[in-house]
Design a protein around this ligand. Structure first.
Ligand SMILES: [Zn+2]
Length: 244
């Protein structure tokens, strides 16, 4: 009789597959159904009971399936609700718009390289909404080759190749974030967007709704041209309370 080595390989094969899925589930993380608790600040903080943003919705998607899978899109529950409500409102008013959100943070918060903040579930990056040469709604290319969208360089008029930043959509998005946040007693404490580009927002129809937002005026440590960064504020516990 010939030996049947394949039978012996089935069990290790199943174990290996389960191990891969287990490891993936572990790094990917899962969304809590409890209200989140944030600790410390966005520059030095942590997060518990984090909520994972959906990979996509009818008018939005994550910047990267890989980033989403690696657990890089967790936020505080209050921020989660603000983001999704603003997307719902935008869909009702402008169903043709498409939005791409960027990196947010890990399930447990904490250091989030290469970002300097994003540590307590209250910081969110949004990739700029764009239009193509014909004026049609388009999406930013966010492949790994493009550093998930973060590697693009827009000029001061808001152009990159054939793509143009849709400043109307950007301003409306910020207006809806502000509106959804205020309805949930969450505040927007900082908006980081390239100063030359945010100047274009002043000519949009939605500008009167967002003119009071705290746009950072000093140059940020990296150029924010392909994305805008928003810091939210909701009551957090001191970082020292985490160990107790
Ligand atoms: Zn950021």
């Amino acid at each position: 009789m010939m030996p049947r080595p394949t039978g012996k390989l089935i069990l290790p094969g199943i174990v290996a597959v389960l191990a891969v899925f287990g490891a993936l589930a572990w790094v990917s993380g899962s969304s809590s159904d409890q209200p989140s608790t944030c600790f410390g600040s966005s520059a030095r903080g942590a997060l518990r009971d984090a909520w994972k943003l959906p990979r996509s919705g009818s008018n939005f998607r994550a910047y990267s399936g890989l980033g989403w899978l690696l657990g890089r899109t967790f936020v505080h529950s209050a921020v989660h609700q603000v983001l999704l409500e603003s997307y719902r409102r935008l869909e009702a008013a402008h169903p043709e718009y498409r939005f791409v959100y960027g990196e947010t943070g890990f399930e447990a918060g904490g250091p989030f390289e290469p970002h300097r903040t994003h540590q307590n579930g209250l910081s969110v990056d949004f990739m700029v909404p764009v239009r193509d040469a014909s004026g049609g709604v388009a999406e930013l290319p966010t492949s790994a080759f493009r550093k998930f969208g973060y590697g693009l360089e827009f000029d001061d008029s808001g152009a990159w190749g054939e793509l143009r930043i849709d400043f109307e959509a950007t301003a409306l998005h910020l207006a809806e974030l502000k509106r959804s946040a205020s309805g949930r007693r969450v505040r927007i404490t900082r908006v980081i967007f390239d100063p030359n580009l945010s100047a274009h927002l002043k000519r949009t129809r939605a500008w009167p709704q967002i003119r009071n937002l705290p746009f950072m005026t000093k140059p940020p440590w990296i150029r924010h041209d392909e994305h805008y960064h928003v810091d939210f504020e909701t009551p957090c516990r001191p970082l020292g309370a985490l160990a107790k």
